[in-house]
Design a protein around this ligand. Structure first.
Ligand code: CP3
Length: 343
């Protein structure tokens, strides 16, 4: 059977004449319709747990722009919440969680197999989307990778350098390893259930992979990913995975080779010419337009878009940004980018 979804075809290693395109955080605050729906839900977290409204915001960028993929509207921090952490968002600042600093804190977390009750609304969002998306649009599920999720659970918030997580890793390795194990198991459970509910691809966001000390990269980025993929593929053989070890630098190649992910999401710092040469033989590449260009528009946006199209021409490739689109981006610049890509 020939693949009618261009994103799935690209992940199978088939270069597309016009690359499939979607954007990280494509359902988000730069869109007035998103802000309206979030207000209707009450808050960001209430929106995540309201399946009809979460499906609605997932569909908004598909209706407006016709992206080739829809990414489930949810957040990587729902897994800590499902494990029993307190979670809230401070407007204008970001997430806050109860912290993990000791074996006693670990002991208060739920077993990994018990995350489904909290996460059930997310599975319902996927079931709604499965019935509502255009036939050519791929449905992407996702989760945070264990290291990245652990950084938030340990510090109780985002930090610039993940020092609290690194401190626990060196100082109380048994507590840190138990936390990584718990998140790894919960994430496998979560992603299997997402595919059960209709996700066709899953993306693993290791947004802070670049903050792992080099000697720890294999143990805390690659190994947990391998364990998650093994369980996922046992339940769902052949479901494609996009890995995003953001900031991994030269370790991008190690990650691609050792995890065997079908898709490799490049962050903004990766040189496309190097990636086309060194990484393209290992996976379908995705990325990596500077999100700032979605704020600027004009010639810089056009040049940035063309640079990527030229670098990855003739290779399996998914057009995307190098990180999430920001709230100050202009929705008209998304159309400008699409015009350059699709002609
Ligand atoms: O990409 C999408 O459109 C799908 C939905 C999605 C969100 N978060 C919605 C969101 C996805 C895939 C995520 C992943 C996520 N969440 C990551 C990994 C990707 C990355 O950005 O590196 C991380 C680290 C988080 C944790 C998180 N969520 C933070 C640190 C914040 C606050 C920072 C911010 O941008 O406000 C969030 C909030 C969040 N997640 C928003 C959205 C749309 C904004 C909340 C709002 O509407 O007020």
């Amino acid at each position: 059977m020939t693949e009618t979804k261009t994103l799935l075809a690209a992940l199978k290693g088939e270069a597309q004449a016009v690359p499939p395109v979607w954007m990280m955080r494509q359902a988000g605050r730069y869109l007035p319709e998103y802000r309206e729906t979030r207000a209707r839900a009450g808050s960001f977290l209430e929106l995540c747990y309201a399946p009809e409204l979460a499906a609605e915001v997932t569909l908004q960028p598909i209706r407006r722009y016709g992206f080739d993929a829809a990414i489930l509207f949810a957040d990587i921090l729902l897994v800590p919440q499902a494990l029993g952490a307190d979670l809230w968002f401070v407007t204008g600042e970001g997430p806050r969680l109860s912290t993990i600093e000791s074996a006693a804190d670990m002991a208060r977390l739920r077993p990994a197999a018990e995350v489904h009750e909290t996460l059930a609304p997310v599975y319902e969002t996927l079931r709604i989307l499965k019935g509502a998306l255009p036939a050519e649009t791929t449905l992407i599920g996702f989760a945070g990778a264990p290291w990245t999720v652990a950084t938030y659970m340990i510090a109780g918030r985002g930090t610039p350098d993940q020092a609290p997580a690194r401190r626990l890793m060196y100082g109380q390795p048994e507590v840190f390893d138990a936390l990584i194990d718990r998140i790894t198991e919960a994430t496998a459970e979560y992603l299997i259930a997402q595919v059960d509910a209709g996700a066709e691809v899953v993306k693993l966001f290791d947004s802070w992979a670049g903050a792992l000390p080099g000697p720890m990269f294999r143990r805390y980025c690659i190994e947990p990913a391998l364990r998650i993929l093994a369980r996922l593929h046992e339940a769902h053989p052949g479901v494609p995975v996009i890995g995003f070890p953001r900031g991994a630098g030269g370790n991008y190649a190690t990650y691609a080779r050792e995890t065997g992910v079908e898709g490799l999401a490049l962050d903004t710092s990766v040189d496309p010419a190097w990636a086309a040469r060194e990484l393209s033989p290992l996976a379908c590449l995705q990325g990596n337009l500077d999100p700032l260009l979605m704020v600027l528009g004009g010639d810089p946006l056009e040049r940035g878009t063309r640079t990527l199209l030229e670098a990855f021409a003739g290779k399996p490739y998914i057009f995307n940004l190098g990180h999430g689109i920001t709230p100050d981006a202009d929705p008209a610049h998304v159309e400008q980018m699409l015009k350059v890509i699709r002609g």
